[in-house]
Design a binder for this molecule. Structure first.
Ligand code: PMP
Length: 410
């Protein structure tokens, strides 16, 4: 007699497991890879501008010079040399931060996960822009925090709306652990917080006793448009280092695949972040850290950032011109002065159901704007990334998107 085959057992999931969904960006990732598809979806940097031979030389050097060190466990805060390189990158943003304030993480995504783990209890309400970074919503949802989103315009978060939201959340009895913001070349909006609003947001949060988490992966990718100045974009961290936690990343200025980012925080909080990092991954990848460090110390990294930013600027211009040419009357979009993204608002009455399918049938893919809202609203918006596709394909992508919109319009 043959024994019965063992019945496969489904694990009994924790209630929390239901809170992890495929994000709006990840769910179109495979579609974006299909041949013939034009992807305006993922916020991938253009790595064509990276000097491949130079990077290959750095990688060989990392393993040759450091021998087993590069492959061994290392201190959890991060390598001292990598922390120095990070300080140099921050200096280019006008920020001076002591090494005791820096924690290296596996991308800034992990920095935000660590901060949220430390500061937000289930049922607390994190404040964020409307719309906000979808990966942040995944973290907040996964850790059972609520999210209250604050209205923005082309000048970023509206201070009066922030004050109203704080009052409303507090009146509901929920605690606010922090304000999460992408104030410079925001994802997905492309909006940048104006100078006076920077002061106002910092002041409101200080007065209300609310910590600010400033996520700044795009700050260095400024298109230097007329009227835009770096001093107007001084980080919130530089304005109030004791009440702002800064999230930085090598993903958009070097490589997202190396998975190296950092947290700059008040000393005591930084030490706590290290404990979470140790619990999650022990420390960030050592070869990744060494590669990022050498990118800063052994290459003209600022020239690389300047070159790739010029590419992004030309791509933005190409996309904006194509939207102007092809989109139906009544369509509007944001005008980013840096970064990777614009948000397009479709004409009134465009049915949002079926638009993504129609776009994919026309061989163009984007991320629906509802992915960036905790309540799934804003179905009349789409996020377009101009960072990855070359200019002719961006223009063709906008044409195809317009065709998809028209095919659904009454
Ligand atoms: N924050 C924002 C606003 C982002 O756009 C991204 C990447 N798309 C991240 C964080 C995550 O970056 P990293 O690769 O450093 O984890």
């Amino acid at each position: 007699m043959t024994p019965d085959a063992p019945t496969p057992r489904r694990p009994t999931y924790a209630a929390r497991a239901e809170r992890f969904h495929p994000s709006g960006v990840r769910s179109v990732f495979d579609i974006a890879m299909q041949p013939g598809m034009i992807s305006l979806a993922g916020g991938s940097p253009d790595l064509a501008a990276l000097p491949r031979d130079v990077v290959a030389g750095l990688a060989v050097g990392v393993l040759r010079d450091r021998e087993v060190d590069a492959l061994q466990y290392q201190p959890a805060q991060g390598l001292a040399g990598t922390i120095e390189a990070i300080r140099e990158v921050m200096r280019a943003e006008g920020v001076e931060a002591g090494p005791e304030r820096i924690q290296v993480t596996a991308g800034s995504q992990m920095g935000l996960q660590a901060i949220t783990t430390l500061l937000a209890d289930p049922g607390d309400t994190v404040l964020a822009e409307a719309p906000t970074y979808v990966g942040a919503l995944s973290i907040f949802g996964g850790l059972e925090a609520e999210v209250a989103q604050v209205d923005i315009d082309e000048d970023g978060m509206i201070p009066a709306a922030l004050e109203e939201t704080i009052a409303r959340v507090r009146a509901s009895g929920s605690r606010i652990p922090f304000l999460y913001t992408v104030p410079t070349f925001g994802n997905p909006s492309g909006a940048t917080l104006g100078e006076e609003r920077r002061d106002a947001v910092v002041e409101i949060c200080r007065r209300e006793g609310i910590l600010i988490v400033e996520d700044n992966p795009y700050g260095m990718l400024a298109f230097d448009d007329a009227g835009d100045t770096r001093s107007a974009r001084t980080t919130l961290y530089a304005r109030d280092p004791e009440n702002v936690v800064y999230l930085g990343s090598f993903s958009k200025i070097f490589s997202p695949g190396v998975r190296v980012g950092w947290v700059a925080a008040p000393v005591e909080l930084r030490a706590r972040v290290q404990l979470v990092v140790e619990a999650m991954t022990i420390h960030a990848s050592v070869p990744g850290q060494l590669l990022a460090e050498r990118f800063v110390t052994q290459t003209d990294w600022r020239a690389h950032v300047r070159r790739s930013t010029a590419v992004y600027r030309d791509r933005r211009d190409a996309l904006m011109a194509a939207l102007e040419r092809h989109m139906p009357a009544g369509t509007t979009w944001t005008h980013p002065r840096g970064g990777f993204f614009t948000v397009v608002t479709l004409p009134d009455g465009t049915p949002s159901d079926g638009l993504l399918d129609a776009a994919i049938a026309a061989r163009v893919v984007y991320v629906p704007g509802s992915a960036f809202m905790a309540d799934g609203s804003r179905e009349d918006t789409v996020r377009l990334a101009f960072s990855f596709e070359p200019e002719e394909r961006l223009a063709e992508g906008a044409r195809r998107l317009a065709e998809a919109v028209r095919s659904l319009s009454p």
